[in-house]
Design a protein around this ligand. Structure first.
Ligand code: FAD
Length: 447
């Protein structure tokens, strides 16, 4: 049996590919529906080339050897000899499942940067605004500003507009001219132009105006400050304006979810943009035997790359031949993923947007000044020591949201670059999802 963790594009493709030779597959996901972050719609998947989702949903549903275990949140995993056991909570009951092989396709989550007001009602990530719309049919507000950086802002803004919101502004801190840094990636991924044209048409239809070189730097009582920023994200003085909105949806790309692979000891490395990702070989095999990893957990690259990586992992785990064309296609898509990183960097200038009173760790309510004091008054030299003094990153989310920001604030004061070891340590945690002692002590169902 092969356990596939995550039913997004990578996990779906992995399960489908592995099932082609009749391998038994358990496809586990914490959500009630197939599709992962991008295709988790209430009814039909909409958006650019949504037929890709229809095709893979149909194949996975038709495959007799795939069992979909939904609403199962895996909180830990362990090795038992040659087997791997995953422990999950489903409907408040702890269960476990054991298999010889595991494919991890746990995706990524929104990256946030703090700014004054980011923790007040009406401020959220674009992913949250989109999830509420796709998953629950809830439109988060009437007048919305979508901001941050990256192409993901386009489907969010146009999706919200289609649902009836007025997009007051679409704001990207980077310049589109940065794409000129990656001519080869553009030439070898020419189909991406049709995706751009698709969104530009929608933006015209809904009169959405993009603004570049700007960022939401404060939000209070329904008023956002939009500041002009330079390429380092430093605010240009005298060039700010106020905009009224019910909601600011601000996101800065994605953070790969490393929890489960980390618990199982899969090796990681720091990518060129500072994100921590898994090391995999050309067959998506991790550093650990019998564990393959695919999709955004091995680097942010979009749904198309996730589908290819998932297919390769599924074929490899089930012992099937991998077509050379699939490997070549992955190289092409990875080139585009690298261009995304070059085009939408997140620069350090954001550290100037925060005030001493800005909350950095929302779970433990730690303010920026407390982190600064932990360095200048108490002698913390890195984020780990600062965490011990302030509790930043010790709350329910275990630092998923704030740990990178804390490291970068500390590094800004000490003037010492964040080390790879520090980044990797901050990305790993001993359990993948919260579980109560009561649930643990109730005993478990095993398969
Ligand atoms: C919030 C959000 C919205 C996005 N919207 C768009 C969009 O509109 N357009 C676009 O082009 N790209 C979008 N992306 C990017 C897109 O999600 C990815 O390119 C693609 O879906 C990645 O596929 P994946 O299979 O690697 O991961 P995902 O699609 O993220 O799937 C991972 C799955 O693993 C599950 N999982 C994770 N951990 C556990 C666990 N411990 N137990 C059980 N299940 C677990 C998750 O619930 C999820 O279903 C979005 C990303 C995010 C984070």
């Amino acid at each position: 049996m092969i356990i596939v963790i995550g039913a997004g594009p990578a996990g779906l493709a992995a399960a489908e590919a592995a099932s082609r030779n009749g391998s038994e597959v358990a496809l586990i996901d914490s959500s009630s529906r197939l599709g992962g972050q991008y295709w988790r719609h209430r009814s039909k998947v909409t958006g650019y080339r949504s037929n890709r989702a229809d095709e893979i949903f149909a194949k996975v549903s038709a495959a007799q050897s795939i069992t979909h275990i939904s609403e199962a949140n895996i909180w830990s995993a362990e090795r038992e000899g040659n087997l791997i056991r995953v422990n999950y909570l489903q409907g408040g009951i702890e269960s476990s499942l054991t298999a010889e092989k595991v494919i991890i396709a746990t995706g990524a989550y929104d990256r946030t940067l703090p700014f004054p007001g980011w923790d007040t009602p009406g401020s959220m990530t674009p992913g949250a605004a989109q999830s509420l719309l796709k998953g629950q049919g809830v439109l988060v507000g009437k007048r919305i500003i979508v901001a941050g950086t990256g192409p993901f802002l386009l489907p969010v803004a146009t999706g919200l507009a289609e649902a009836g919101a007025e997009i007051v502004a679409l704001i990207d801190a980077n310049s589109p001219l940065r794409w000129s840094l990656s001519p080869l990636a553009l030439l070898t991924n020419i189909t991406k132009f049709s995706e751009l044209v698709y969104y530009v048409r929608l933006m015209r239809k809904f009169r959405i105006r993009p603004h570049f070189g700007r960022a939401v730097t404060t939000f209070a009582n329904g008023v956002a400050t939009i500041s002009a920023v330079n390429s380092g994200f430093h605010i240009k003085s005298g060039k700010s304006q106020a905009m009224r909105a019910d909601v600011v949806a601000v996101g800065w790309g994605f953070v790969p979810d490393l929890s489960l692979g980390g618990i199982l000891g899969c090796a990681q490395r720091v990518d060129s943009d500072g994100t921590v990702i898994f090391e995999v070989d050309e067959n998506q095999l991790s550093s650990q035997p019998q564990i393959w990893i695919a999709g955004e957990a091995t680097g942010i690259g979009g749904a198309d790359l996730s589908l290819i990586e998932g297919e390769i992992a599924g074929l490899a785990a089930s012992g099937q031949k991998i077509r050379h064309a699939l490997l070549t296609e992955r190289v092409r898509k990875q080139r585009f993923a690298n261009a995304l990183k070059r085009s939408y960097p997140v620069r350090d200038g954001w550290r100037e947007w925060i005030t001493s009173n800005t909350t950095i760790c929302r779970c433990e309510e730690v303010k920026s000044q407390e982190i600064k004091d932990s360095v200048s008054e108490l002698g913390a030299e890195d984020s780990r020591t600062s965490k011990l003094f302030t509790r930043a990153g010790m709350g329910l989310c275990q630092g998923r949201m704030c740990s990178r920001n804390v490291s970068e604030i500390v590094s800004g004061i000490t003037q010492c670059a964040v080390t790879d070891g520090e980044r990797i340590a901050a990305s790993n945690r001993p359990i993948a999802a919260p579980i109560s002692l009561g649930q643990l002590s109730d005993g478990k169902n095993s398969r």
